[in-house]
Design a protein around this ligand. Structure first.
Ligand SMILES: NC(=O)c1ccc[n+]([C@@H]2O[C@H](COP(=O)([O-])OP(=O)(O)OC[C@H]3O[C@@H](n4cnc5c(N)ncnc54)[C@H](O)[C@@H]3O)[C@@H](O)[C@H]2O)c1
Ligand SMILES: Nc1ncnc2c1ncn2[C@@H]1O[C@H](COP(=O)(O)OP(=O)(O)OP(=O)(O)O)[C@@H](O)[C@H]1O
Length: 585
């Protein structure tokens, strides 16, 4: 209770004269102490007052009372009356405070629920849009395939994948004759029957097949969430021979890129403000033009600088308008980066959809995603442009901010664009001194509230960057998954997670959040997230096909060892104790 009220109420009380009786001295002293100390609680005063009354009666009944004592006693009882009013007053105030608290709590709960339903609705809208786009894309792809035949760059594995994914998201039976059954998924009974009929021995003459089809219960495998079929899962992972579930052979799953026709156009992206990179760029441009006879694209500002320096470079192409950037992937066969990991991120960020194959030369300090040595550029580019070449499909995360429309601060929501990140999206507390409170949902299932400095949602490629610094595991870039790594969580048991690649994650700023949060996309484009805003993240359909120097795993392990000096330790010498000696001693 407010100390001013307490003080003024106490000051309004009649004066109290100290009785000579020893029995009253103690409680009164305590009471006066309480009054002097304006911060003392009312309950302490109440307790003292009650004690005062009881002890007063006790002293009277002990026969100590005289006229003076009686007078003092009545004065005391007036004080006791005042005290009892004070008790009632305090009780009433406490009841009001309790009621107010309950109202505030239930209001916050209702707001939370309303926001939750709103989010669910918006998520559904986003999902439906996504689904519609995928269906439209799928049907246009099918038409393209019928009219145009295969594309220029053929990824060797894609043929297998197309075989295993029929257009309606169903898996074709292993004998390849089209329809499995009228329902979705793979039906074991159908598989067995088809194997029986395709066998050279007639079904009637093969008793084991007959027994199998009649005795073995039929079941089906379907891919999808909540009963809805989905094309997201890889059907080629599971084989369904003879109605038995087996996983596909996993050897030599390294993806190879083979050119059907030699690449014609190359886009070179360079780290800015670096003399060595600028020199390398000029040398490479000349070689590509004169020896390889390909069209060379560079960034607008790079072309300007080079042409200003030497008119020889006038043949260079550049995207002059932003709209041209949107269709850049249709003109470019190969992307080359000269710089560090940041330049690879920059290049990936230029492509908001499909990304052409990428060759990245190491001209930075770390180089986790830059396997090629710039000194050997001719040899490397010769090999890549001739093919076949191993590639690592570096998956990206698609991120979208959904604003709380009730929030007045969200006037510039049109600035929000979707982001495709190659490393990670991080949500942190920015300048705020409060802990972040981020509610996390996985496919609409509540996962946890992140209370700490923030959260990183990372791709396997980004696992060696910020996520690693926050305690996340290093993950091979071909492992399909999304890393869920807290930043300095204020909880001892909050370990990082790796979730499957097909989930949709939602990070929500609670409606009653104390502070704001900030989202960064590959360390750039920081966006403020206010109470009620949400960030929706799922794996993008457009990975970055990065050419390998040797092979995906080889390149990954080399970058981990050389870049981070992973598990580097001096070896133990031989001159210490030996196991045999230790046992015998
Ligand atoms: N505490 C941290 O470790 C921390 C903090 C902020 C950002 N970052 C990382 O920096 C990235 C942005 O990189 P930038 O070059 O534009 O900024 P930058 O120039 O500040 O470089 C950041 C460093 O991270 C390294 N890096 C980037 N991607 C990597 C990857 N996939 N694997 C290993 N190392 C990687 C770079 O080589 C560079 O040394 C962000 O995506 C984030 O992952 C890390
Ligand atoms: N073409 C570009 N235009 C503008 N900025 C770029 C471009 N390429 C890279 N950057 C930015 O320049 C910064 C440094 O680039 P990068 O990481 O490639 O070099 P580095 O820091 O020398 O290498 P490393 O990260 O290995 O130490 C990054 O923040 C990156 O986003």
């Amino acid at each position: 209770m407010n100390s001013t009220v307490q003080e003024s109420t106490l000051q309004a009380m009649p004066p109290i004269h100290l009785p000579t009786s020893q029995s009253l001295a103690g409680p009164l002293e305590r009471l006066s102490l309480s009054r002097v100390d304006s911060t003392a609680s009312l309950s302490q005063i109440e307790l003292d007052s009650v004690k005062l009354g009881v002890e007063g009666w006790a002293s009277l009944s002990a026969g100590v009372g005289s006229q003076r004592n009686l007078q003092e006693y009545f004065q005391e009882s007036t004080a006791a009356d005042e005290d009892s009013h004070l008790v009632e007053f305090s009780d009433a105030l406490q009841t009001v405070a309790r009621a107010l608290r309950q109202v505030a709590d239930s209001k916050a709960r209702t707001q939370d629920e309303a926001a939750e339903w709103k989010r669910k609705y918006e998520l559904e809208v986003v999902r439906c849009q996504h689904l519609r786009q995928s269906i439209a894309k799928l049907s246009s792809n099918n038409q393209d395939v019928q009219h145009d035949g295969p594309s220029k760059a053929a990824v060797a594995d894609s043929a297998d994948q197309q075989d295993s994914d029929s257009p309606n998201g169903m898996h074709s039976p292993p004998n390849g004759n089209g329809v499995c059954c009228s329902k979705e998924g793979i039906c074991s009974q159908q598989v067995i029957r088809e194997q029986g009929t395709s066998n050279s021995t007639p079904e009637s003459e093969n008793p084991s097949d007959k027994r199998l089809s009649s005795e073995k219960a039929s079941f089906r495998l379907a891919w999808g969430c909540n009963g809805k079929s989905s094309r997201r899962h890889k059907h080629d992972v599971v084989s369904f021979e003879s109605g038995n579930i087996t996983t596909a052979v996993r050897s030599s799953k390294q993806i190879t890129l083979q050119w059907d026709a030699p690449p014609q156009s190359v886009f070179i992206l360079t780290k800015p403000n670096s003399t060595s990179v600028a020199i390398m760029c000029k040398e490479m441009v000349r070689w590509l033009k004169e020896v390889k006879n390909v069209r060379v694209f560079v960034e607008k500002n790079v072309k300007k600088e080079l042409v200003e320096e030497n008119s020889y470079f006038s043949f260079l192409h550049a995207c002059e308008r932003d709209e041209e950037l949107m269709i850049l992937h249709t003109k470019i066969d190969l992307v080359i980066t000269l710089g560090g990991d940041g330049t690879v991120l920059w290049a990936a960020n230029m492509f908001k959809g499909p990304v052409p194959p990428l060759v990245s030369f190491s001209m930075g300090s770390l180089g986790f995603m830059t396997p090629f040595q710039s000194e050997r550029y001719k040899e490397c580019l010769d090999t890549v442009m001739k093919g076949p070449v191993f590639i690592t499909l570096r998956h990206r995360l698609h991120c979208r901010i959904i604003r709380n429309k009730d929030n007045d601060e969200n006037g510039d929501e049109d600035d929000d664009v979707d982001h495709l990140v190659l490393n990670e999206v991080s949500i942190d507390r920015g300048m705020s001194s409060y802990l972040t409170n981020l509610e996390c949902y996985c496919d609409n299932l509540f996962v946890t509230s992140v209370q700490g400095d923030g959260l990183i949602l990372s791709t396997p490629s980004g696992s060696t960057a910020y996520s690693l610094a926050a305690g996340g595991s290093m993950v091979h870039p071909q492992v399909p998954g999304i890393l869920f790594t807290p930043i300095c969580p204020h909880s001892l048991s909050f370990r990082p997670l790796i979730l499957p690649e097909y989930v949709t994650l939602r990070v929500q700023i609670p409606i009653n959040s104390r502070g704001q949060a900030w989202a960064s996309f590959d360390g750039k484009d920081r966006q403020k997230l206010s109470a009620g805003d949400a960030l929706i993240v799922h794996m993008s359909a457009w990975p970055v096909p990065a050419a390998c120097d040797e092979e995906s795993t080889h390149d990954f392990l080399r970058s981990v060892r050389e870049g981070l000096h992973w598990n580097l330790r001096k070896s133990q010498s031989f001159d210490g104790p030996r196991e045999a000696l230790v046992y015998s001693s």
